[in-house]
Design a protein around this ligand. Structure first.
Ligand code: ADP
Ligand code: MN
Ligand code: MN
Ligand code: MN
Length: 380
């Protein structure tokens, strides 16, 4: 018997793309292959030259249909099989290949808000619910609207084989979170986009929709982010602390480029209040939820583990964010192999070259100078 394959892709809507999908009936025993769509209806082509190509990149079991049905995450190509301009996965995959020896891993916390009748799900028709406080990880009464949708979404992700790790209710009523990971790029992007599609699709059945808007309610209500947890092999290895700090320092050097690629509307969310650092400031610290980068307490205790970039918006593109983080952190570690991150990577060389040293930030130079001074003091 033929089966149904739901082909899912990311469109060309600006400034934030939408997810699209359509169904293909495939003969028994055949795998989902290349397909196409009308790009003129998705902001991906003109009417006169409208064909775009769908190439499957990640296939999963469809948890909503029959046992043989599939979900097919795709990337969009031009008809000459080159990546379409809206295709952010291709560059992510390229970067992942370049820095494969660093073995980068990601875990992403996806926050989102349920909306019904133009207001967060469960909010009163007039006025506001009780202020923030009881909703985060809350239970009971009419405080927790949306739980039935969250339950259905979680079960669907597990059934599909998506690496969902957990869920929780968030600080604002109607806002929730799920986490996906730990996965290497670009798979982290494939699975997060598929999990988003499942969320949107399942919410339909409840007469609700889920939005990734970063600041759905202005005022004293938390925004929605996508904290991006990141590690390399060196960060996870014993003594990985140096690589983690080097990673934070590398991120400090490219604040503007990261912020401008972390999702539309980031200035409204990263105000400096509501558990965020200001978008134009950069800081990192252990357990600090007001910092741009938080080093989890377990990582600080073990002197190895991972870092959490708290800046990305809920509406960020995980292909873009994971590419940038790898480029910035692994790129810096390649240029400065003695500073930790590349110790277990391919870029292991003996001494740092003069050229690489010239590129090092002042802080690193200072730290080295201090070490050298101490060594001298000991020797004398
Ligand atoms: P919190 O809400 O306290 O920030 P969560 O439990 O929501 O924490 O999320 C923790 C995230 O850290 C998960 O997405 C998980 O995948 C991620 N994570 C755990 N270990 C690693 C690691 N070694 N490298 C990268 N990410 C990691
Ligand atoms: Mn979380
Ligand atoms: Mn959260
Ligand atoms: Mn977090």
């Amino acid at each position: 018997m033929p089966y149904q394959a739901e082909y899912i892709w990311i469109d060309g809507t600006v400034p934030s793309p939408l997810v699209r999908s359509k169904t293909r009936i495939i003969a028994d025993g055949k795998q989902p292959g290349i397909w196409g769509f009308d790009g003129s209806s998705t902001n991906q082509a003109t009417g006169s030259n409208s064909d775009c190509v769908l190439r499957p990149v990640f296939v999963a079991k469809d948890p909503l249909r029959g046992a043989n049905d599939k979900l097919v995450m795709c990337e969009v190509l031009n008809t000459d099989m080159t990546p379409h301009v809206s295709n952010t996965r291709a560059a992510c995959a390229e970067t992942a290949k370049t820095y494969a020896a660093f073995e980068p891993w990601f875990g992403i916390e996806q926050e989102y808000t349920f909306i019904q009748n133009n207001r967060p799900y469960g909010w009163p028709e007039h006025g506001y619910p009780a202020p923030q406080g009881p909703y985060y990880c809350g239970v009971g009464g009419d405080k927790m609207p949306g739980r039935e949708i969250v339950e259905a979404h979680t079960a669907a992700c597990i059934k599909a084989g998506i690496a969902i790790e957990g869920t929780n209710a968030e600080v604002m009523m109607g806002q929730w979170e799920f986490q996906i990971g730990v996965l290497a790029p670009p798979l982290i992007g494939d699975q997060l986009w598929m999990a988003r599609w499942l969320l949107f699709r399942i919410a339909e059945d409840f007469g609700v929709f889920a939005t990734l808007e970063p600041k759905p309610m202005l005022g004293d209500w938390n925004g929605a982010g996508a904290h991006t947890n990141f590690s390399t092999k060196a960060m996870r290895a014993p003594g990985g602390w140096d690589a983690i700090i080097a990673g934070c320092e590398a991120l400090k050097g490219r604040v503007r480029e990261h912020i401008s690629n972390y999702g539309i509307g980031i200035e409204e969310r990263l105000t400096g209040a509501h558990e965020t650092a200001r978008f134009d400031k950069f800081s990192y610290g252990t357990s600090d939820r007001g910092a741009s980068i938080r080093i989890p307490w377990g990582t600080a205790r073990d002197k190895r583990g991972w870092l959490e970039d708290r800046r990305p918006n809920a509406n960020m593109d995980p292909y873009v964010v994971s590419r940038l983080m790898v480029e910035t952190v692994c790129g810096a570690a390649s240029a400065n192999p003695r500073r930790g991150a590349a110790r277990n990577g391919k870029a292991t060389t003996g001494a740092t070259s003069t050229r690489a040293r010239a590129k090092q930030p002042v802080a690193a130079k200072r730290a080295r100078a201090t070490k050298a001074t101490k060594r001298l003091a000991k020797a004398s």
